[in-house]
Design a protein around this ligand. Structure first.
Ligand code: ZN
Length: 45
């Protein structure tokens, strides 16, 4: 599972946040899971 920093948008591995949940690049604390299928189309009504 990969993660992304909400602040800088960099990819973060689970290893990076294993010790401390924060972005190793900018120190941001808002991390969200990155979905493998980001290009998946979402059908709007
Ligand atoms: Zn960051």
């Amino acid at each position: 599972m990969e993660y992304m920093c909400y602040a800088c948008g960099k990819e973060i591995t689970a290893e990076d946040i294993a010790k401390r949940i924060r972005c190793p690049y900018c120190g941001g604390k808002v991390i969200f899971k990155k979905r493998p299928e980001t290009s998946k189309k979402v059908k709007a009504r």
